[in-house]
Design a protein around this ligand. Structure first.
Ligand code: BGN
Length: 393
């Protein structure tokens, strides 16, 4: 009955034939699937090849840059701006290779690509860091670990053009142990941050009362004597290590406070106007506030005075996010000859009156020695002592 109907409709196939048809259809489908898979494989192969050649080309590019750098190695900082006549000598003359700068080098070989400005947020940063002070540290180890740092503690990124030249100034006396850790942690961080920098230890000569802010004023002038291209100054205590390399050591539109969350303050800002520990000002910001006060002898208050100077001159302090601006402080006893300054409470009330006459414009000091060490430049300076207190009555 069915067969008769099929015949009527023009279908001439009997059951074995229908099976054949089904198999044929299956075969065709399978063939199509195979072709599609083959095509996908081919596409995959082509994509892989494109990616491979892209990476390979980058490698070639990297190696050509590397070679060019090795043959015409550019030294980080110029010494053309050194002081003449009365100025101290900064290490052996001719010991440094010729001057480079953050500006493009016109003598580059034709095959070498011109350097691009360094990224705002460099890609090699790692974020949170493990900071500890229990493993033994030596200056030899720091030197071994930082072969790219040149004499005097100077560095410039080899693969991009830094936007600023940063002088890092550390007020100092008898803290050699802390300095080793500071250099051990900071050199690699600054390198990853693509900073062009020089490290200056401003060492107070003698045993008179310590004066942090005055030492920093000296550091500002001496660093500029060493290299007039510095346009950013970062002032750091020797015992403070950043716990995150996204806390970028450079200058900003507004004066910068870096050490917003220290471990000793429970990783919080101790008060809204706190400007201690690590801070940074561009050259023009620093000059606008007439530098730092010279008259804060002993511990405390000088950072509050600087904060006042910033506000009184119409600027605002900028800060990193509290999660990024974390710091570890190396534990230590209170230094001798750096007792809390009893005058600090009244002094910080008078910044408006004192800042014009007391500052970088009135700074006096005697340079004792400048010596270039492999990992830093050491500037020893005599800055005097606090004036004798007026007898009462
Ligand atoms: C403040 C100090 C700062 C110091 C911080 C954190 C003064 C001035 C009188 C109020 N200021 O109190 O210099 O950095 O503590 O230790 O003492």
């Amino acid at each position: 009955m069915h067969r008769a109907r099929d015949r009527d409709r023009g279908w001439s196939c009997l059951p074995p034939c229908a099976q054949k048809m089904t198999r044929l259809l299956l075969g065709v489908t399978l063939e199509r699937i195979c072709k599609a898979v083959l095509l996908l494989c081919l596409l995959h192969f082509v994509i892989i090849m494109i990616l491979y050649f892209d990476v390979y080309a980058q490698h070639l590019d990297f190696f050509s840059r590397f070679n060019a750098r090795n043959t015409s190695r550019v030294h980080p900082f110029s010494n053309s701006s050194r002081p003449n006549s009365t100025a101290p000598s900064y290490g052996p003359a001719g010991a440094e290779p010729p001057s480079p700068s953050a500006k493009p080098n016109t003598n580059r070989s034709v095959t070498e690509k011109p350097l691009q400005p360094c990224q705002e947020m460099p890609s090699g940063l790692v974020g949170r860091l493990l900071i500890e002070f229990s493993s033994p540290m030596s200056m030899e180890r720091v030197q071994r670990e930082n072969p790219d740092v040149s004499l005097g503690g100077k560095y410039t990124p080899p693969d991009c053009l830094p936007r600023q030249k940063v002088a890092i100034l550390i007020p100092f006396r008898h803290r050699e142990h802390h300095l080793k850790y500071w250099l051990h942690y900071l050199h690699p961080i600054l390198r990853r941050q693509k900073v062009a920098y020089g490290i200056y230890i401003i060492n107070q000569y003698g045993e008179d009362t310590f004066n942090r802010a005055k030492l920093l004023n000296v550091g500002f002038l001496e660093a500029l004597k060493d290299d007039e291209e510095y346009d950013c100054f970062i002032f750091s205590d020797v015992d403070l290590i950043p716990m995150d390399d996204r806390n970028l050591y450079r200058c900003y539109e507004q004066p910068r406070h870096f050490a917003v969350g220290m471990d000793k303050f429970g990783f919080r800002l101790p008060y809204a106007g706190y400007f201690g520990g690590v801070s940074g000002l561009s050259k023009s910001q620093f000059l606008k506030i007439n530098g730092f006060p010279n008259e804060y002898w002993g511990w405390g208050g000088e950072d509050d005075d600087i904060f006042n100077r910033i506000s009184l001159n119409g600027m605002k302090v900028s800060r990193p996010d509290i999660r990024i601006g974390r710091y570890r402080m190396i534990k230590h006893e209170r230094d001798k000859h750096n007792e809390p300054n009893p005058q600090r409470f009244t002094k910080i009330q008078n910044t408006k009156m004192t800042m014009k006459r007391d500052g970088i414009s009135s700074l006096q000091y005697r340079l004792v020695e400048v010596s270039r060490q492999p990992m830093y430049t050491n500037i020893t300076v005599e800055i005097g002592r606090p004036p004798p207190r007026l007898a009462r009555g």
